[in-house]
Design a binder for this molecule. Structure first.
Ligand SMILES: C[S@@+](CC[C@H](N)C(=O)[O-])C[C@H]1O[C@@H](n2cnc3c(N)ncnc32)[C@H](O)[C@@H]1O
Length: 212
């Protein structure tokens, strides 16, 4: 990948901006279900960002082998600097197209990643990613959710208008990422809300027999 990714422009201040708006909610949502990752897992993290979550995972699950894919070279650079377990992490500057075909993952993690795409793309993307998940595997997704209060609708509008332009993401509004997962054969097993219901952390599970 050589083209400049929109997140390269803000990689260095991304975490700070996030904390200024959401406090610790984004981090708490991403970390909430990490205890569901089995020991010695093969783990795929897509759009992991600056690497703080990766550091948390490598510390909490010492035997996991991790493939860490992000489309931003700067985010990958920050993550490499942060990691204390480089021998167990395969860093890939790329996208879902670069998921190694030979690996059947136990767990897929998409932290604030599915919200970047329009629904049509998201269907294809989830289908593509899910081919790499073994039957019975889990998908941990944390993201914004549609909701009904005026301030959440306003915040979503502002966020999408800024991020669409600044980071050149495809989506202009929040896609129905949970229904896309469900249409691809995933079942929501657990869920917890953060930031007054604006953020949801979820565990999706794919039954072994519905492997695509
Ligand atoms: C909204 S940020 C979330 C970062 C991090 N997960 C967090 O919550 O702090 C989305 C991340 O996804 C990456 N990204 C965007 N499109 C991608 C793609 N198609 N494949 C992999 N990563 C992508 C961006 O470079 C960015 O690091």
């Amino acid at each position: 990948m050589s083209a400049l990714n929109g997140f390269d422009r803000i990689a260095i201040i991304y975490d700070l901006l996030n904390r200024m708006v959401f406090g610790s909610a984004v981090r708490r949502a991403q970390a909430h279900y990490l205890s569901h990752i089995p020991a010695r897992s093969h783990l795929l993290i897509l759009g992991g960002g600056s690497g703080w979550l990766l550091a948390k995972i490598t510390a909490a699950i010492p035997d996991a082998e991790i493939w860490y894919i992000d489309a931003s070279q700067k985010m990958i650079g920050l993550s490499i600097k942060r990691t204390n377990a480089a021998s167990r992490v395969h860093f890939i500057h790329g996208t879902e197209e670069d998921i190694p075909a030979s690996i059947s993952f136990d767990v897929i993690i998409t932290p604030f990643f599915l919200d970047l795409f329009e629904e049509e793309t998201l269907h294809r993307l989830i289908h593509r990613i899910s081919r790499s998940l073994r039957g019975g595997g889990i998908w941990l997704a944390a993201d914004f959710v549609n909701n009904h209060t005026w301030w959440q609708r306003l915040l979503l509008k502002v966020m999408y208008s800024v991020i669409h332009r600044m980071c050149r993401i495809e989506a202009r509004k929040l896609p129905g990422w949970q229904s896309c997962l469900q249409k691809n054969g995933f079942i929501k097993m657990k869920s917890k809300f953060f930031f007054a219901g604006f953020i949801e952390s979820t565990v999706f599970h794919r039954a072994a027999e519905s492997a695509i």
